[in-house]
Design a protein. Structure first.
Length: 279
């Protein structure tokens, strides 16, 4: 795990938002990431934002352009899901209290820093380190039939439990991962498949992921992490970061930390909703 032992993790602060208001806007954590990333780009500290959100369904920009997207989102909302379009890459993902979301918010390393794959690798190494105690082998590479597919799908035994996306600004970036920690991966995949069945009517099959329910599982199903898998995984991530922190680094970062207020974050969420609304 040598690639995560560096100055960024030595001075990285942890923002733990595992227990947040269930009525909160589904775009609130994405808006918070956007604002924190701006602060990091202006000299603020590197951060790991750990969060989860109850009963939400987040779609990508490409998903939002499917012919039946509006009707599919209305169907989800009738089932009690909050829907939103995210500003980072990737496709549709369901979020709930069994899904742990990680955001690594880091400064770019000088002009021309476009190390996309290296930044994904950093998240991969962090997650792999957090699961080292389970003895399972965490693989990376696209899993056929998984929802939100990508080169950095993380899997155990051929079944996906994590996807990674990225959002880059002028001077900093956010690497976001959703980790299916608890519950049924198959049920979540089935929900995404039904969304695409509805949203993709009238589109070419290549315009959206072809989801197979058997492609996805949770850490509770794959790694035997036991009860309270979401909380256990989040704690494991924090322990990995704490083991790399230095007293000097944390003191310096704490002195530079500025957290946006609730109204500022909500205003950004409203701005993101308008900016990425289907045209």
């Amino acid at each position: 795990m040598s690639s995560i032992i560096n100055d960024e993790f030595g001075s990285m602060l942890i923002l733990d938002r595992m227990n947040t208001d269930p009525q909160q806007d589904a775009l609130y954590p994405f808006a918070l990431d956007e604002l924190l990333c701006k602060e990091t780009g202006k000299g603020g500290p590197p951060l790991c934002h750990i969060w989860r959100h109850p009963r939400s369904f987040i779609i990508g920009l490409r998903d939002s352009r499917l012919p039946g997207a509006a009707k599919a989102c209305a169907w989800l909302e009738a089932l009690g899901y909050k829907t939103a379009i995210r500003n980072s890459g990737g496709a549709a993902v369901p979020l709930d209290l069994g899904v742990v979301n990680l955001s690594l918010i880091l400064p770019k390393q000088g002009a021309g820093d476009e190390r996309f794959r290296g930044d994904f690798e950093r998240m991969y190494d962090l997650i792999r380190a957090a699961l080292a105690h389970t003895g399972v082998s965490v693989d990376k590479g696209e899993i056929a039939g998984a929802y939100c597919p990508g080169d950095f799908d993380l899997s155990i035994g051929g079944r996906k439990f994590c996807g990674i996306a990225q959002r880059r600004q002028a001077n900093a970036f956010v690497v976001q991962a959703f980790v299916i920690a608890d519950g049924s991966g198959q049920e979540r995949a089935g929900l995404v498949r039904e969304f695409y069945d509805r949203a993709g009517k009238g589109a070419e099959t290549g315009d959206f992921p072809q989801v197979e329910s058997s492609s996805t599982a949770s850490l509770a199903e794959l790694a035997g992490v036991g009860p309270h898998a979401a909380a256990s995984f989040a704690e494991a991530v924090k322990n990995v970061i704490r083991s790399r922190q230095t007293a000097e680094g944390i003191a310096a970062s704490a002195a530079k930390l500025t957290l946006p207020g609730t109204r500022e974050v909500q205003a950004m969420a409203d701005q993101l909703r308008q900016r990425y609304a289907p045209k």
